[in-house]
Design a protein around this ligand. Structure first.
Ligand code: PEP
Ligand code: MN
Length: 344
C-alpha cells in the first residue's frame, strides 16, 4: 500500500499515519518525492486495512500497489530515483563511471590504478577485497587488508569506493570502509545477506543474479530497501545462456524493461558480461545507448599479472578511449558522463 499525504499535511498528521501503520502491525517507509509526500506500507496482507488509513486527517489517497515488490516499484515512486554515493550521483541524466581492478592485489597496484582511472574521469573506484571465486584454489582476496587499501586509495584520489560483501560475518566490516556495498551475482538471492546489508543503511550496488528474472531481481532489491537501504543501484552483468563466445550474455533488454516498472537506476558491467577485453567497449556503448545510468568497468595496467579476471580488464589507454566514445553517445542523448562534466 502507498499512503499519499496532502501537500499541506502537518508533521503531527504524518506522525499519526505512521503510528497507525505500526498499530496495524505493518512498517511505514518515507518515500521521498519531488511533488508529493508519500508513505510506503510493507508487510500488509489485508487490502481492507486501507480504510483505517484513508480516514485519517492529512491523507489524500491510499493506493494498492499491484507489484510484488513495493518500495522498488514505480507505482510507489513515479520519478526516477537519484542515488548519491558521496557526491557521485546515479540517475540524473548522467552516466556514472565506476572503474578499477577486479581485485585489490596490493596497496601499490590499487593506488596506481586508482590514480589512473581518477585522472581519466572515473567517479567511483571498484576493487574486490573479498572475492567469490569458482575455484577454492584461486585468489580469494586480501580481506580486511584489502579494505584498508581501498580506504587509502580513496584518501589519495578522492574517489568513493565500492566493494563486495560476500557474507553476513564480514558485511559490517565492509560497511566501515566502503562508500557503497556490492552484492555479487552469486549472492543476489542470499536473502539473509540482503537483510543484513540493507540494515547497514549504505548505498548498495546489487548485481543481477546470472539467471534471475526481472521480478526476482526487483524482489531482491526490495529486501535491501525493506530492511533499510533505500539507495539501491541495479547492475546488469550478463546472464547464462547457451552462448560460449562471451563469458555471459549481456541482456540489454532488461534496461528499458526495468525502467518501465522501477525507479531504481541500472548500470552495466561490460567486463563480467563479455569476459574479453575486445568486447568491453561495444558492450558499454550498447548499455549506454539503451539508457543505462552508468558502467562498472575492470581496468588494470598489467592485466597479464592480474590475480583475477585479467583477460577482461581493459588497459588505461583503452579506458580513456571508452570514456571518449561513450561521451559522444552521451552527448547525442543529452546526458553527461564521468567526472569530467563533459558531454562529448
Ligand atoms: C565483481 O564485480 O567483482 C564480480 C565478482 O562480479 P559478478 O558478481 O557480477 O560475477
Ligand atoms: Mn571479476
Amino acid at each position: 500500500m502507498l499512503v499519499i499525504m496532502n501537500t499541506i499535511a502537518t508533521d503531527d498528521q504524518i506522525d499519526r499515519v505512521k503510528e497507525k501503520i505500526h498499530e496495524l502491525g505493518y512498517k511505514p517507509h518515507d518515500i521521498p518525492g519531488r511533488n508529493r509526500l508519500a508513505i510506503g506500507v510493507t508487510g500488509n496482507k489485508d487490502a481492507e486495512d486501507r480504510i483505517y488509513l484513508e480516514g485519517l486527517p492529512g491523507v489524500l489517497q491510499v493506493i494498492q500497489v499491484s507489484k510484488p515488490y513495493k518500495l522498488a516499484s514505480r507505482e510507489v515512486h513515479p520519478e526516477n530515483s537519484i542515488i548519491d554515493v558521496n557526491g557521485a550521483k546515479f540517475g540524473e541524466g548522467h552516466v556514472t563511471i565506476i572503474a578499477g581492478p577486479c581485485a585489490v592485489e596490493s596497496e601499490e597496484q590499487t593506488i596506481r590504478i586508482a590514480e589512473k582511472v581518477a585522472k581519466l574521469g572515473a567517479q567511483i573506484l571498484r576493487g574486490g577485497a573479498y572475492k567469490p571465486r569458482t575455484s577454492p584454489y584461486s585468489f580469494q582476496g586480501l580481506g580486511e587488508e584489502g579494505l584498508k587499501i581501498l580506504a587509502k586509495a580513496r584518501d589519495e584520489t578522492g574517489l568513493p569506493v565500492v566493494t563486495e560483501a560476500v557474507d553476513t560475518e564480514s558485511a559490517s566490516l565492509v560497511a566501515q570502509y566502503a562508500d557503497m556495498i556490492q552484492i555479487g551475482t552469486r549472492n543476489m538471492q542470499n536473502f539473509i545477506l540482503l537483510k543484513k546489508v540493507g540494515e547497514l543503511g549504505k548505498p548498495v550496488l546489487m548485481k543481477r543474479g546470472m539467471s534471475a528474472t526481472l521480478d526476482e531481481t526487483l524482489m531482491s532489491a526490495e529486501y535491501l530497501m525493506a530492511s533499510g537501504s533505500h539507495s539501491v543501484v541495479i547492475c546488469e552483468r550478463g546472464v547464462r545462456t547457451f552462448a560460449s563466445h562471451a563469458r555471459n550474455t549481456l541482456d540489454i533488454s532488461v534496461i528499458p524493461a526495468l525502467k518501465q516498472v522501477s525507479h531504481l537506476p541500472i548500470i552495466i558491467d561490460p567486463s563480467h558480461s563479455s569476459g574479453r577485453r575486445y568486447s568491453v567497449l561495444p558492450h558499454s556503448l550498447a548499455g549506454i545507448g539503451a539508457g543505462a545510468d552508468g558502467l562498472i568497468v575492470d581496468v588494470h595496467d598489467r592485466p597479464e599479472e592480474a590475480l583475477c579476471d585479467g583477460p577482461q580488464a581493459i588497459l588505461p589507454n583503452e579506458f580513456a578511449e571508452l570514456m571518449k566514445i561513450s561521451g559522444q553517445i552521451c552527448n547525442a542523448m543529452g546526458k553527461t558522463i564521468g567526472n569530467t562534466g563533459n558531454s562529448g
